[in-house]
Design a protein around this ligand. Structure first.
Ligand SMILES: C[S@@+](CC[C@H](N)C(=O)[O-])C[C@H]1O[C@@H](n2cnc3c(N)ncnc32)[C@H](O)[C@@H]1O
Length: 282
């Protein structure tokens, strides 16, 4: 308690250092589940250039941009930033997964971009492409209306209805750990954007790997390579990096590919994103 009070008074970089230390300590004795990486797509099969410099993807995005902008999804209230939203749209549009699982719905900022990309890459012959999105809270609760606390006029479900994308998405309310353990269905892409603590990611990744379809991928948010700040604010969210490093030390032959710089702005006057793809080592 005293430590927490002191921490809130520290400047952001010092707070990040303290969190890194706390998170690293939390992993010392944490159990590492076995990781079966066989179903992960190989690093050699993914070209970031093809995803983020595709004229087709850019053309399709242009058809959504103003419609989505008119929904007034705020930046800085816990949803992924607008540049990352477009990056997520591009990943899904270019890699064309049939089924996506998202952990961490919140205000639905990323969810609607996944749904838009699924709609664009879908075809009648190949069946319906869907996104299942999970949050520990009922993000569409009419009584609690959590979206209002984050400056939103519409719930995630209503956002999808506005865009006529409601049929692409299934909402689930559950702790991620429980959901990943009991789920039977398999997914082509799993986006982990729920609890970013090292201990949570350390459990979620092996469980998510079990739910992947062959050639599947995991997309991580808040991945800070080598625990270095990505922006001038000096902040580092250490959990995802520490968890992947621990899994690799335990022998998991996977590698996180940071997306790095995007061809469009993200946050703090930069083009840098904390998104990273988890892939199989070549
Ligand atoms: C960073 S926000 C996700 C942002 C969202 N992807 C967006 O762009 O709007 C993290 C969300 O994960 C949820 N969450 C936190 N811990 C969780 C857990 N253990 N299981 C499921 N959801 C969790 C939180 O309730 C929160 O809504």
């Amino acid at each position: 308690m005293i430590l927490r009070t002191i921490a809130t008074k520290l400047p952001a970089p010092a707070r990040s250092k303290l969190l890194m230390w706390k998170e690293a300590v939390s992993l010392w004795s944490a159990r590492t589940e076995p990781c079966d990486v066989e179903k992960l797509r190989a690093r050699s099969e993914v070209s970031l250039d093809r995803i983020f410099h595709s004229a087709t993807v850019a053309g399709d995005w242009a058809r959504w941009e103003s419609r989505i902008a008119s929904l007034g999804i705020p930046d800085g209230t816990g949803g992924v930033n607008p540049g990352d939203r477009r990056a997520i749209y591009s990943v899904v549009r270019q890699l064309a997964p049939q089924s996506v699982l998202e952990i961490g719905t919140h205000i639905g900022a990323s969810t609607i971009h996944i749904a838009a990309a699924l709609a664009d890459s879908g075809s009648i012959e190949f069946g319906k492409r869907t996104c299942t999105t999970v949050d520990i809270r009922d993000v569409n609760s009419v009584e609690a209306a959590p979206w209002r606390h984050f400056g939103m006029r519409l719930s995630p479900r209503e956002l999808l209805q506005e865009l006529r994308l409601q049929d692409q998405v299934i909402f689930e309310t559950s702790p991620a750990g429980d959901f990943l353990q009991i789920r039977q269905e398999n997914y082509d892409l799993i986006f982990l954007d729920g609890d970013h603590s090292a201990a949570a990611v350390l459990k979620e990744v092996p469980a998510a790997l079990k739910l992947l379809k062959p050639n599947g991928m995991i997309l991580l948010h808040d991945y800070f390579p080598d625990l270095k700040p990505l922006w001038r604010d000096g902040i580092v969210i250490p959990g995802p990096f520490l968890a992947i490093r621990k899994l690799r030390h335990a022998g998991a032959r996977c590698t996180a590919l940071p997306i790095g710089k995007l061809p469009w702005p993200t946050k703090a006057d930069s083009n840098v994103t904390s998104l990273a793809l988890l892939l199989r080592e070549a």
